[in-house]
Design a protein. Structure first.
Length: 520
């Protein structure tokens, strides 16, 4: 039985077409994946189906029916009874989807209370159960916390718990696992797909991850420039359209060649017995030791909440360690402060995960890139900005534009240019490509590789994607529950892992066999 039917949908933003002629069906209990690059119309199609087009968005033609009802004819009041109860949305960005001043448990419980599924007392109990079902560890503790106290992956799991609260007939999942590590990703997708099988809940899965689509969907719909170019059950294993073939070629794979073994080099960074305990006795990092050789890349991988980003922040001295030491270029920087710490800032920079949230929307691109130059009084800033934009393969014309006028991949190039402005020795890349589609991922990874070769940069690369790590890392450290459970050359850790946890991470990579076969 067809639950959701989208027929010849056309959507525009201020007269600019975003979706031209999209048709797709989702049956009860079926998982349908919609894949394509940023700007292909994936999210616009999903948001039209739940009546949440952004301001300026307008349905110009076509029809959307759900369980026999015309969704395009619903009033705002009627939509309030449908959203969350019959159709639920798992949005992509947990950083802007959770209220920062409300506790996690209250935000999940709110869905239950709005739809009359629980009273005030039982709602909090059910909210904790939903958090546990969504893979949130220590759900009772997390329910009492605020969004800023959770990692990006944990916040995404909270959004999934909220979506499950109303026991909907259809879940629209818009990049629901892009911020999650592979083991948690597998648990979440296992839960969503088992829900579909057991209760007849349908899932419309919006994703740029072809491995996830291949693993989870009964059918895959490929969008390009607002139109469907290919659809079927064998899209990944036997693609027929050149665009689909291009996406597959760009997708990171565990079958791709490893980097050649790196020659011995002196360490730029030496971390010894590093530990961090937060308020409440939460031990985020526990006795971590590693080196980052000059001109090479150390990748830290592991689940959300494993301590990767906290370790990186201590290396950058954005967090003060509770114990242990960090040496940079032979100097102990663990207790550095004042002017000495400020001078050190020039030599280490960071590229954040989310290119949409890491750039000031009011600044021009020139101002964004020049910001660290102004902070340190560097002269000839305009010439330096032009040089930096050229280094990251952006035209000089983008200098006058605002971040909102750029794609996600272009914004991440701007973030890299800003990080390079002061000619640092170390760049920390904290999940720099997880929010990007596969073809843009490939471009950014090539750029990082080229910049390392030409500038002699050292990278601390934080990632949950082992296929991405394979392309860039010389050395790999695997973290779990704040501890480093495995550390060594990339070839050894990724091809001959010793830790059972590392083996579990490798086994959980979505679409591993399908994508590897498709690339051969």
């Amino acid at each position: 039985m067809t639950l959701l039917r989208i027929s010849q949908l056309a959507v525009s933003y201020k007269t600019v077409p975003a979706v031209r002629d999209v048709s797709l069906d989702v049956g009860a209990g079926e998982v349908v994946a919609v894949v394509g690059e940023s700007g292909s119309g994936k999210s616009t199609t999903a948001h039209a189906a739940i009546g949440l087009l952004p301001r300026g968005g307008r349905v110009d033609g076509g029809s959307i029916t759900f369980d026999g009802r015309d969704l395009l004819a619903l009033s705002d009041k009627q939509w309030r009874g449908v959203r969350g109860r019959e159709i639920a949305l798992v949005p992509q960005d947990p950083a802007v989807s959770l209220n920062p001043v409300h506790r996690i448990g209250d935000q999940v419980a709110e869905v239950l209370k709005i739809h009359g599924l629980a009273d005030r007392r039982s709602a909090s109990v059910q909210a904790t159960e939903l958090l546990e079902r969504a893979g949130v560890p220590q759900p009772e503790l997390r329910a009492r916390q605020y969004p800023h106290q959770l990692s990006g992956g944990l916040r995404q799991r909270v959004l999934i718990a909220a979506a499950l609260a109303g026991r909907p007939k259809l879940i629209i999942a818009d990049e629901p696992t892009s911020a999650l590590d592979v083991t948690v990703q597998r648990r979440i997708l296992d839960h969503l797909t088992s829900l579909a099988a057991e209760s007849g809940t349908a899932i419309l899965l919006i994703t740029h991850d072809l491995g996830v689509a291949a693993d989870r969907a009964s059918r895959i719909v490929v969008l390009s420039q607002g139109s469907v170019v290919e659809e079927g059950t064998s899209v990944v294993s036997a693609p027929t359209h050149p665009y689909t073939q291009q996406l597959l070629a760009a997708a990171p794979s565990m079958s791709s060649a490893l980097r050649p073994a790196a020659p011995p080099a002196e360490p730029l960074v030496s971390v010894r017995d590093l530990a961090k305990t937060f308020d409440g006795g939460i031990r985020a990092v526990d006795g971590v030791s590693f080196d980052i050789p000059r001109g090479q890349t150390l990748a830290l991988v592991g689940e959300s909440g494993s301590g990767k980003s906290t370790t990186a922040r201590m290396v950058l001295r954005l967090e003060r360690p509770s114990a242990g030491s960090v040496r940079f270029d032979g100097q102990d920087i663990t207790a550095l402060g004042g002017d000495e710490l400020r001078r050190l800032r020039r030599r280490m920079q960071i590229v954040y995960q989310n290119p949409y949230a890491s750039l000031n929307p009011r600044f021009s691109i020139e101002d964004v890139v020049a910001e660290p130059l102004r902070a340190f009084g560097v002269p000839d800033r305009r010439a330096r900005v032009s040089e930096l934009l050229e280094q990251v393969a952006l035209p000089s014309s983008v200098a006058r534009r605002k971040p909102a006028e750029l794609s996600g991949g272009q914004r991440q190039r701007v973030a890299i240019a800003r990080a390079l402005a002061l000619k640092p020795d170390l760049v920390v890349c904290d999940e720099p490509v997880s929010a990007l589609d596969v073809s843009v991922q490939a471009q950014i990874l090539r750029l990082l590789d080229e910049l390392q070769s030409s500038l002699g940069l050292s990278y601390l690369f934080i990632s949950h994607d082992l296929a991405v790590v394979r392309q860039l890392a010389d050395h790999v450290g695997v973290m779990r529950a704040g501890e480093l459970v495995e550390l060594g050359p990339a070839a050894h850790v990724l091809e001959q892992p010793e830790s059972e946890y590392t083996k579990e991470l490798l086994a959980a990579i979505p679409g591993r066999s399908v994508l590897s076969a498709a690339k051969r």
